[in-house]
Ligand binder design. Structure first.
Ligand code: VG1
Ligand code: CO
Length: 608
């Protein structure tokens, strides 16, 4: 009852605030459309998740313009004219300028209205939610979105900017579209822009109204969090999470790494769920992420890692639960007290507990999916619960088709990405709420003085039931592009060699035989499209795997990722240190690939 009263108070407060803040419509003079001659600029091929480059590259004359026009052209003029377009992002350096440019280009290309989150802020999952759920004051719905982010890459004048296009379903454009965009960037001759359209004040909520050759054009600046908060409240049982957070046995901590998650964390964790303000770290979004690397892993989320009692300077009295997000808030890292949850385990544990702990899934899961390099922990849950299961290439766009076809409810990637079919992006805050729901569910009877079932207990219980997939990822960031190609070419050649097992046994005699090795290729079960060269896999007879692939999100040089996994079914052996358990396979991977010889690197940049 208390919660209900609090909710309605909050709601009326919000409404009043909106009415006060909403500006009167401004009817502006006509704007004209300028046609600007341009020519192709090299290297505008979207990667795993859009186009990511240094700010210095993006701010070259015509660079952003060419990409935006190439996207409009790929969508076709009929689809663009009269459409509603969302434009926002993680607030990184250059976003505000980019938003004004895109607004002017949208107007010139006949877009009917542009929706912008206040101050240009919308997390990647919130963009997906807005595209799918938001209804404009005139009943309009969004047709697509430009998301301005380079995700976990640093921001600032010397760092990265990025842009990607999402479709009407709220998910990243499929390869068919991104390929078309790239082809268009190679032949572009002109773009269209309404140069005399004044800059729109994106700091104030309200609708600005203009008119141009195609008729009326509106820019609607709206609250960045409310659609997303509403969606979260429809998925999770907020009251049971409130009880957990209010319990003296529980303690909580969230680090937004100065990314856009901060714009949601206060609203959800503090205002809705009652967490203390002091449980939020780095929750003020900054253009340069405070100079840090907004990547929620054990290397870059240093402050949270210490706070949780891990790393080099562990706090002595860590909270029970900690989590972090990346720049655009689609990633999550989950930590317990002095305990790290691997993302591959996290998605498996969420899938195993979803039906009991999360109201949205109470009628069952439609299926589950993971990206190829993600560990097979989810596979074991799928088999045991008799769920449909899919293995897709790296990148969230591949999950979208499965979800649209009703084949998948929960999915995840080893790279700190977890999500469900409530939207078509991975969702950092959703994952935290999922974990809080599981904790609330497991502790529903012991919050009045019993022993708390901790994050560590939940993970260890999961291993005891399903076995454990020891897992680690080595990243070699910013290596010479030629050297990276050499490593891959060498591994492809080796992969087909008949003497591969002799070679491996020569390195370590204590690993299993390789049963097969290949380059991963995916045929989409929904549209039949084929994606080739998605990473090199060595599959061992005991279920162990070595996977090598090149990153598609870096902005400079090349990043080689090496994924190492070993399955242990025997519950008496699931408690080992993972680096120690994986040492023989690591040894094989490094020597087999001749990593140091090719790249000159004796150690990876990041180990997860
Ligand atoms: C990385 C991850 C991948 C993730 C992608 C986008 O890609 O490995 O799993 O989907 O980033 O995430 P790559 O190609 O660098 O390995 V995000 O949060 O950067 O949009
Ligand atoms: Co991200």
């Amino acid at each position: 009852m208390i919660h209900l009263i609090k909710d309605s108070l909050n709601a009326s407060f919000v409404v009043v605030r909106r009415v006060v803040e909403r500006r009167e419509l401004q009817v502006m003079a006509n704007f004209k459309v300028n046609r600007v001659e341009s020519s192709p600029i090299e290297g505008q091929k979207p990667g795993t998740s859009g186009l990511r480059k240094k700010v210095k590259v993006f701010t070259q004359p015509h660079y952003l313009h060419n990409f935006v026009q190439s996207t409009f052209n790929a969508l076709s003029a009929e689809k663009v004219k009269g459409s509603t377009l969302v434009v926002s992002g993680d607030g990184r350096y250059y976003s505000k300028d980019a938003i004004q440019i895109i607004i002017k280009m949208a107007a010139a290309n006949g877009v009917r209205r542009v929706w912008v989150g206040q101050n240009g802020l919308l997390s990647t999952p919130a963009v997906s939610a807005v595209v799918r759920e938001r209804v404009g004051a005139d009943g309009s719905k969004a047709n697509g979105a430009f998301i301005l982010t380079a995700s976990h890459n640093p921001g600032g004048p010397n760092e990265d900017f990025g842009i990607k296009y999402n479709m009407e379903n709220g998910g990243p454009a499929p390869e068919g579209i991104t390929d078309k965009i790239f082809e268009n960037t190679k032949i572009i001759k002109e773009y269209f822009i309404a140069e005399d359209l004044p800059d729109v004040d994106i700091s104030a909520i309200g609708i600005s109204n203009f008119s141009g050759p195609d008729g009326q054009f509106d820019v609607d600046v709206f609250d960045s969090a409310s659609d997303y908060v509403k969606l979260m409240k429809s998925i999770f049982d907020f009251q049971s999470i409130q009880k957990l957070i209010a319990s003296p046995q529980f303690s909580f901590c969230y680090d937004a790494l100065h990314g856009v998650a901060g714009a949601y964390a206060k609203r959800i964790f503090v205002e809705e769920l009652g967490a203390k303000e002091s449980s939020l770290l780095n929750c003020v979004p900054k253009e340069d992420f405070g100079g840090g690397h907004p990547d929620p892993n054990l290397t870059y989320a240093k402050e949270l890692v210490s706070r949780m009692g891990l790393g080099k300077n562990p706090d002595s009295n860590p909270p029970e639960f900690g989590a972090a997000a990346d720049g655009d808030a689609d990633r999550n890292m989950i930590l317990g007290k002095r305990f790290f949850v691997t993302p591959s385990d996290s998605v498996a544990i969420i899938a195993a507990n979803a039906v009991q702990a999360i109201p949205y899934f109470s009628s069952g899961l439609k299926g589950v999916a993971r990206s190829m390099p993600t560990s097979a922990a989810l596979d074991v849950v799928a088999t045991s619960l008799n769920l449909k299961f899919f293995e897709v290439p790296t990148g969230w766009k591949f999950f979208g088709n499965l979800m649209d076809a009703g084949l998948c409810s929960v999915c995840g990637e080893e790279s700190f990405g977890t999500g469900s079919d409530h939207i078509r992006e991975k969702d950092g805050i959703w994952a935290v709420l999922a974990w809080l729901s599981i904790l609330a569910h497991k502790n529903k009877d012991n919050l009045n003085g019993g022993n708390l079932v901790t994050v560590e207990d939940i993970v260890k219980q999961h291993w005891a039931t399903f076995g454990r997939h020891y897992y680690t990822r080595y990243d070699y960031e910013n290596v010479d592009a030629g050297a990276a190609k050499e490593v891959m070419a060498h591994l492809v050649k080796l992969q087909s060699s008949v003497t591969i097992n002799t070679t491996i046994k020569g390195i370590r005699s204590d690993v299993a035989d390789v049963a097969s090795a290949d380059e991963f290729e995916y045929k989409d079960p929904v549209d039949g499209s084929i994606s080739k060269n998605q990473g090199i896999r060595y599959l061992f007879e005991d279920g162990s795997r070595l996977v090598f692939r090149l990153s598609g999100t870096g902005s400079e040089g090349a990043t080689i990722r090496l994924y190492i996994e070993q399955y242990e079914k025997d519950s008496s052996k699931t408690g080992r240190d993972s680096q120690e358990a994986l040492a023989p396979l690591v040894d094989v991977a490094l020597k087999l690939s001749k990593m140091e010889e090719h790249t000159g690197r004796s150690a990876p940049t990041v180990i997860t």
